[in-house]
Design a protein around this ligand. Structure first.
Ligand SMILES: NC(=O)C1=CN([C@@H]2O[C@H](COP(=O)(O)OP(=O)(O)OC[C@H]3O[C@@H](n4cnc5c(N)ncnc54)[C@H](OP(=O)(O)O)[C@@H]3O)[C@@H](O)[C@H]2O)C=CC1
Ligand SMILES: C[C@H]1O[C@H](OP(=O)(O)OP(=O)(O)OC[C@H]2O[C@@H](n3cnc4c(=O)[nH]c(N)nc43)[C@H](O)[C@@H]2O)[C@@H](O)[C@@H](O)C1=O
Length: 314
């Protein structure tokens, strides 16, 4: 039985991985921050030596939408570097031979008109709105590659997901990404009978949002055939939609029938960041959840999990 040590088990990706492991009877050890603060190297090393996992899946991080990244670049750079450095170096010191690190599509240069290939990382200027976060992501991905280069028996690899949404997402407008933000805004507008909802920017920016339950499946797919996984692997849908389209489909799912107004003073970030998924197809994996199915499941979670009530109570 493969023992997985999962970081970030309290987060959206982590909780989706834990849900899937539970469904499939896979053992996963997922210490929360209160049990293991990954900014503490000694504690991280101690836990890794105790658990002796067959593989580490690193899904912990300081994560947030464009507004959070603009607000706190120092935190996004330093916390993601600190925890990534600690888990990678402690895993090597503890003799862990396999580590799957999660990058992000923010790692790529801004404003590329073409789908982004894994080798494009560090080939151009980063997007200013999330540069701190992207620098940390690039550095940890390279650290994994260097560990493997110095000792080829250590399979330390990076999966680069596109934008994500889904069950266990963050719906607080202060930190949320596009999709959870749209669900919350449309739900409130429908509940309160608001005639219009604000879209940040002119709505023409494009994004590739994949359902987090699919990423969890991709991660377990990779764990099962880890030696075959490329050292760096984009994971995405291979298609993107405009911000306006996300609002339109979400309005149908939520049942909001009002109109939209564009606030072009709001930040828009990259105009596009579509991933090239050629390696993913060759590796033999693809996402299964359509946008509408994913939005429905996410809205159901927003309603049933108490997220809607908690935000309304503020
Ligand atoms: N969300 C997205 O759109 C995308 C995310 N990713 C990547 O996927 C990964 C997971 O993202 P996501 O699930 O959305 O993030 P969340 O913010 O939902 O979860 C992050 C998790 O990291 C944990 N964490 C943060 N700091 C520490 C620390 N010092 N010690 C221990 N644990 C810590 C938190 O623990 P706790 O809850 O216990 O406080 C939390 O569970 C990240 O690497 C992110 O960069 C990549 C592409 C897109
Ligand atoms: C996931 C990845 O990518 C993240 O960057 P991002 O993709 O720019 O993040 P975002 O989802 O917050 O915005 C997507 C687009 O959507 C538009 N937009 C419209 N209306 C709302 C809105 O109401 N809220 C938000 N947040 N965006 C809105 C917004 O203007 C932008 O054009 C990093 O933060 C980082 O987390 C990272 O790793």
């Amino acid at each position: 039985m493969t023992t997985i040590l999962l970081t970030g088990g309290g987060g959206m990706v982590g909780r989706n991985i834990i849900d899937l492991c539970r469904e499939r009877g896979i053992e996963v050890v997922a210490p929360r921050r209160t049990e293991l603060d990954l900014t503490d190297h000694a504690s991280t090393l101690r836990v890794l030596r105790e658990v002796r996992p067959d593989i580490v899946v690193h899904a912990a991080g300081r994560v947030g939408g464009i507004q959070a990244n603009i607000r706190e670049p120092v935190r996004f750079l330093t916390e993601n570097w600190d925890i990534g450095r600690n888990i990678v170096l402690a895993a090597r010191e503890a003799g862990v031979t396999r580590l799957l690190n999660l990058g992000s599509s923010c790692m790529f240069p801004r404003n590329s008109p073409d789908p982004l290939k894994e080798e494009d990382v560090l080939s151009g200027t980063l997007e200013p709105t999330n540069e701190g976060y992207a620098l940390a992501k690039c550095a940890i991905a390279r650290l994994c590659s260097y560990v493997h280069r110095e000792d080829p028996s250590l399979l330390y690899k990076t999966m680069i997901p596109c934008n994500l949404y889904g069950r266990h997402d963050k719906f607080d407008p202060a930190v949320s990404h596009l999709v959870p933000a749209v669900i919350h805004k449309l739900h409130v507008a429908k509940r309160d009978g608001l005639p219009e909802v604000e879209i940040w920017g002119d709505g023409t920016a494009r994004r590739e949002f994949m359902y987090s339950g699919d990423l969890a499946d991709a991660i377990l797919f990779a764990v099962d055939r880890f030696a075959e996984m490329p050292d760096v692997l984009n994971v995405g849908l291979g298609e993107d939609y405009s911000v306006n389209e996300y609002y339109a489909v979400a309005a149908e799912v939520v049942g909001y029938t009002g109109s939209f107004v564009h606030d072009t003073t709001k930040p828009v970030g990259m105009m596009r960041k579509l991933l090239d998924v050629s390696r993913q197809k060759a590796f033999g994996w693809q996402a299964q959840t359509s946008l509408r199915e994913g939005l429905r499941a996410t809205y159901d979670f927003y309603l049933s999990s108490g997220a809607a009530d908690a935000l309304s109570a503020r």
